[in-house]
Design a protein around this ligand. Structure first.
Ligand SMILES: Cc1cc2nc3c(=O)[nH]c(=O)nc-3n(C[C@H](O)[C@H](O)[C@H](O)COP(=O)(O)OP(=O)(O)OC[C@H]3O[C@@H](n4cnc5c(N)ncnc54)[C@H](O)[C@@H]3O)c2cc1C
Length: 717
């Protein structure tokens, strides 16, 4: 900070001195003309010294963003002639501009990043993609003040070297015009004469030309992409959506709501993974498992401690009942009523407008649409462990049906993976009586969360009976004497973990094959590649949900569904970039872990000047009444400001409590606003208000309070 202040003061002194000593008078046309004879004489006497001094002066003027660079460029022509003058002015202006750029980056970037982190991240992303292009255009068009470009570009993440060479190239034409004019200095009456209207127009056209060229290229590119296909003259539908998970359901619902003719194709179960294999069954079993734990901890509530007796079959039957109870929300009947045509079958892209459906009832149907949305989701990733297939395993796809057949929970269960899904299920099955060993390769579970949150989660899982093994790499599965073993490596030693069932929960990979993406050449990496509008390689084919990422949550899939529907149907009028700025998520272990925005490890990795405010639930009356004081709220704010950059909540109901912060962040409300909001007593939500109070206390205006104390002392007489 001190270094920054010294630099800023230095810059201010230099600029003030420049004006105080009237140096700017030297850098006007008449000043230059009047001093030309003297300059030429010096040049004859010591050419190298004059070149060096001139270069330096030019660099200083541009680095400090002082007025006069134009006069210096003319002077370069007048003093050194066209070629030499052009070389000197071109390099000096670029070096000066780059220094101004670096100073701006050093002084301003961090502060601006702290104040507008999302904006700057978006700008950085744009600069990363097309920064050179925009900089080149700005340099070419002389109506944009160069010093402003230097300062603004310094705030972005463009590389200094890129800034240097693009600036040099972009400024070359303008520099040439002025240096050339400088060679005829005597004839120049005013600066405005040099840059005539026609010349400015030509430069502007030159600057705009890359945009026109880009637009034309886009049209040509589009034509080329579609050239091997014949576009139908008429379409059967406005939109076809493949996949009826959260992404596809929301897309088709919105399309129908705005009266588009839309067909939704689903090969499996309506509702996709969330309803049938994911969020819903996992939350259902979490609830049963929590009640078992509560029985065991009944003495905490003044009751007799007991172990819950239960039938695992009934627990699993309840899980399936819960799925069945929610299923009508996503059913064919409901969507048909909403105006969506639902076809059960496997959809395959035939060309950019046509989908062939292998109907569940047998036979095939082909439909065309102007817009197609791919919402085919993801499936559990199964690691290529030797022996795994032979020994057998379950995933979140198969677990619910397989375990529903069991009378008892698996005696020995290995859960492979320390992410949210693995952690939620490991804790639940441990509570239901399985001996659970959770194997995680990384140094901690739930690694996206702060270290203390991971440690908290580990403790929570351990106290539910899970044997959490971190830094353990699964090597292979073996079956010996009818017993199954997972062989793991830890600190270069191998050992066996015996199991009856092994659950793979090491991540989910997008469904990318088998339905025409490869044939159409739609780019895939780990997901379908789309632009910010969710358009794939073919601008009429969109993608939404887990198939796109970057988050794999139901609410994000639904959020993207809106963009896919609106951009797909109305994109020719106006397109919307997906807004990923405020995305919450919750891991439903007990206590829950909820997050929105940055956590501390993000703030550190982004080099932010941040503050952490904490509130412990041990301080909350409601938590005390429920004997559930384990947990905390952690809010990240910029130093000295109440703007919320991110929140982590670890507690009962954390997933619900986070909503207030999501709303605040989305609408730019700071902690002061939360503090000024009435929360009913005694609720968990009061924790949100109390953490805002903690922040306020830490930022109390000490000087004002001291004065107030004196005032009250005086009032007492
Ligand atoms: C155990 C578990 C717990 C989870 N818990 C949560 C949670 O608590 N909160 C949360 O937000 N998220 C959770 N998730 C993630 C959530 O389930 C997904 O993010 C969500 O389902 C993504 O929706 P989607 O529409 O992208 O894909 P999906 O729900 O996977 O839907 C895609 C659909 O497309 C169909 N399909 C695929 N190919 C074709 C084809 N060619 N033709 C026709 N149909 C096709 C599939 O059959 C599927 O039904 C959990 C996931 C799991 C596995």
């Amino acid at each position: 900070m001190l270094k920054k202040i010294i630099l800023l003061v230095g810059v201010l002194i230099a600029v003030t001195a420049f004006f105080y000593f009237d140096l700017h008078q030297l850098l006007i046309l008449n000043g230059l003309k009047g001093s030309m004879d003297q300059f030429s004489q010096w040049r004859e006497q010591s050419p190298l010294l004059v070149i060096g001094a001139f270069f330096l002066l030019y660099v200083v003027v541009t680095a400090l963003s002082l007025p006069g660079a134009t006069i210096l460029t003319l002077a370069a022509g007048a003093l050194f002639g066209l070629i030499e003058g052009l070389l000197i002015a071109s390099f000096a202006s670029t070096v000066g501009a780059t220094i101004a750029f670096l100073v701006s980056r050093y002084l301003l970037r961090d502060a601006i990043k702290l104040r507008f982190p999302e904006r700057l991240t978006a700008i950085d992303a744009g600069v990363k993609k097309e920064g050179s292009f925009y900089l080149f255009t700005l340099r070419l068009v002389p109506i944009f003040p160069f010093f402003l470009i230097n300062l603004l570009m310094g705030v972005t993440a463009i590389k200094a070297w890129t800034f240097f060479w693009v600036s040099q190239l972009g400024m070359l034409a303008g520099t040439f015009v002025f240096v050339n004019a400088g060679t005829q200095l005597a004839q120049i009456e005013s600066l405005s004469g040099i840059l005539s209207f026609n010349l400015i127009l030509s430069f502007t056209l030159l600057g705009v030309f890359p945009f026109i060229a880009k637009a034309l290229l886009n049209i040509i590119k589009k034509r080329r992409i579609y050239k091997n296909f014949s576009k139908p003259k008429q379409f059967d539908r406005n939109m076809i959506v493949i996949g009826a998970g959260a992404g596809g359901l929301v897309t088709s619902y919105i399309a129908a709501a705005v009266k588009a003719k839309v067909t939704l194709i689903e090969a499996g179960e309506m509702g996709g993974d969330c309803l049938n294999y994911g969020c819903v069954p996992s939350k259902a079993i979490i609830k049963s498992a929590k009640i078992v734990e509560q029985f065991q901890q009944a003495d905490k509530y003044g009751l007799e401690k007991s172990s819950a007796t239960f039938s695992f079959k009934k627990v699993m039957a309840r899980v399936h009942q819960v799925i069945a109870d929610i299923a009508p929300h996503d059913s064919v009947e409901r969507y048909t009523k909403l105006g969506v045509e639902v076809i059960k079958g496997y959809g395959k892209l035939i060309d950019p407008w046509t989908v062939e459906i292998a109907l569940s009832t047998g036979g095939k149907q082909t439909l065309s649409a102007r817009t197609i949305v791919i919402a085919t989701g993801a499936r559990p990733f199964v690691p290529p462990l030797p022996g795994l297939e032979e020994a057998g395993y379950v995933t979140s796809d198969t677990l619910w049906s397989k375990f529903a057949q069991l009378d008892e929970p698996p005696k020995k269960l290995v859960v492979l993976g320390g992410g949210p899904i693995g952690s939620e299920l490991a804790q639940s099955f441990a509570r239901l009586g399985s001996q659970v060993t959770q194997v995680e390769m990384a140094e901690r579970i739930m690694i996206k969360e702060d270290l203390e949150v991971s440690e908290f989660a580990t403790q929570a899982l351990k106290s539910s009976g899970v044997n959490v093994l971190i830094n353990h790499q699964a090597l292979r599965c073996e079956v010996r004497n009818n017993k199954k073993y997972l062989v793991v490596q830890h600190q270069e030693k191998e050992f066996d973990i015996e199991y009856d069932e092994l659950l793979c929960a090491v991540g989910r990979s997008a469904r990318l094959t088998g339905y025409g993406l490869e044939e159409l050449g739609i780019e895939t990496n780990r997901t379908i590649q789309t632009n910010d509008y969710l358009e794939t390689l073919y601008p009429n084919i969109f993608a939404a949900g887990d198939i796109v990422g970057p988050y794999q949550f139901t609410h994000v899939a639904a959020h993207q569904g809106w963009y896919a529907a609106v951009n797909g149907l109305f994109g020719h009028f106006k397109k919307f970039k997906v807004d990923y700025r405020v995305i919450p998520w919750t891991t439903f272990i007990d206590p829950e872990v909820a997050r929105v925005g940055l956590n501390e490890q993000d703030a550190i990795s982004q080099n932010l000047d941040y503050e952490v405010t904490r509130f412990e639930f041990a301080e909350l009356d409601r938590a005390i009444t429920e004997s559930a004081t384990n947990g905390f709220i952690k809010v990240i704010t910029p130093k000295g400001k109440d703007k919320i950059l991110g929140v982590t909540i670890v507690s009962e109901h954390a997933g619900d409590l986070i909503a207030e912060f999501v709303l605040a962040m989305k609408h730019g409300l700071g902690l002061n606003k939360i503090l000024g909001t009435i929360h009913s007593y005694p609720t968990w939500a009061e924790g949100n208000k109390y953490i805002a109070g903690e922040w306020k206390r830490a930022h109390a205006p000490e000087k004002v309070l001291n004065l107030l104390e004196k005032y009250h002392t005086w009032r007492r007489g």
